[in-house]
Design a protein around this ligand. Structure first.
Ligand code: AMP
Length: 414
């Protein structure tokens, strides 16, 4: 990786302003899952052990951006973090007015700022309405951009060094994720971020071959750019899940009531053609589990690639699972994003479970991205057999699209 990391800077006595992803599920002030907080501990402890002073910032949920909202406060997370660290964490109740708390920081001390998204300037996104003229939109954009820079500058003033350990938001050019780097001398990757960039970057740019990518999930339109980019990189591309039926329809099959995006048929055919021209294997289902309704208790039948009228395909069939598993077996690098069927319902979980098992047994470097494939892997109990489970669904998809992530691009070069 050509970006600086925490290991490349002298932290002793320095103030480090660190963007973490503490966007955790909270109900009535109680944290339901603290995986993300624990995930940041390696970077946090490293800074503290090196004698640094730490200012942490994060977003939580999607507040309106008009100031404090109790449901989105990071205060319970700061308290939880204090318990995990075994030392006090000073909570600053306004991320843009924390000078006093930051000035009082001693080496080894921690300040946690309140939710950065309490300021609209954090994302700087203009909410367009039908009544707005083009001029108004332009003016509002310019106004928010200026405010975003102002907020970024303020956040930067809390530190000598910026550290980004929030891969999940690295695809956003927000004040705390990218713009801040303009106003601070050194910007480095935290350990979580470093791992994400290394695994995803190596998989896509210099994979050990054969390189097999598995794409699933509901919509083709969400993964258009991923399919296109991966067809230049992989040896085999496996497509399952709801998105497979647009490809089958494009090949002339009847897909019944299955998910199908009619406006993507030309695209699907272009991708099938691209695979042929590039000499890549593009694997599509050969059999499917069809249901008479979208329901966990639906009647089911095993069908080929023509789905009967009145039925919808909600999972790949056993022959397909076998076909996919045998392609995965020979792989040296596997990237997987999106389930093979409606794995949330037991009747339609077989394909995803089969693929998961094949990836776990393949011995390949395996990288799992996207919320649903990650939860499928966790559900299977095979998570520890995977090389890397990405923490950022959207960010990992943009990586696979070949896009440069603003939060990564803005970091200092080695
Ligand atoms: P995505 O967010 O695009 O990764 O899609 C994940 C969702 O796709 C999951 O909730 C699955 O239940 C759903 N899904 C997977 N396969 C199918 C299918 N054949 N039909 C309908 N939904 C599906």
């Amino acid at each position: 990786m050509n970006k600086k990391t925490l290991r490349d800077v002298d932290l002793k006595g320095k103030r480090v302003v660190m963007r973490v992803d503490f966007n955790v599920p909270i109900k009535e002030g109680v944290i339901k899952d603290d995986t993300r907080v624990k995930g940041a501990l390696a970077s946090i402890n490293y800074v503290l052990d090196q004698g640094g002073r730490l200012v942490l910032m994060s977003h939580l949920g999607r507040p309106k951006g008009k100031g404090y909202e109790a449901d989105f406060s990071l205060k319970p997370v700061a308290e939880h973090l204090a318990g995990l660290l075994g030392k006090p964490v000073t909570f600053a109740a306004d991320c843009a007015n924390a000078d006093a708390e930051v000035a009082a920081l001693q080496p080894g001390g921690v300040v946690m700022l309140e939710n950065t998204r309490f300021y609209k300037a954090e994302d700087g996104k203009v909410k367009k309405t039908d009544e707005m003229s083009d001029e108004e939109i332009k003016a509002r954009k310019a106004e928010l951009k200026a405010k975003r820079e102002e907020l970024a500058k303020k956040l930067a003033s809390y530190g000598d060094i910026y550290c980004n350990d929030a891969f999940g938001t690295a695809h956003r050019a927000h004040a705390s994720t990218a713009v801040i780097c303009k106003f601070i001398k050194e910007s480095v990757a935290g350990f979580l971020m470093e791992k994400e960039i290394e695994y995803l970057g190596n998989a896509v740019e210099k994979p050990t071959r054969p390189f097999v990518a598995i794409l699933g999930g509901a919509k083709v339109s969400d993964k258009l750019a991923v399919v296109k980019n991966l067809l230049d990189k992989v040896d085999t591309l496996i497509i399952g899940g709801g998105m497979a039926y647009t490809f089958l329809k494009a090949q002339g099959h009847d897909v019944g009531g299955s998910l199908c995006e009619l406006d993507q048929l030309t695209y699907a055919n272009e991708m099938i053609e691209k695979a042929k021209v590039n000499g890549k294997r593009l694997l599509l289902p050969v059999d499917n589990i069809a249901a008479d309704k979208f329901d966990a208790e639906a009647n089911t039948q095993l069908v080929g690639n023509d789905i009967p009228t009145g039925w919808m395909a909600l999972d790949i069939g056993p022959k397909t699972t076998e076909l996919y598993a045998s392609a995965i077996k020979g792989a040296k690098t596997v990237v997987w994003n999106g389930p093979m069927g409606c794995f949330e319902m037991t009747k339609f979980a077989g394909g995803t479970a089969g693929v998961c098992k094949a990836v776990a047994e393949s011995g390949a470097v395996s990288i799992i991205g996207g919320g649903d494939s990650v939860s499928a892997v966790n559900k299977s109990g095979l998570a520890d057999k995977m090389t890397h489970i990405s923490t950022g669904g959207g960010a990992s998809l943009e990586f696979l699209e070949g896009k440069e992530l603003p939060g990564v691009a803005a970091l200092s070069e080695k």
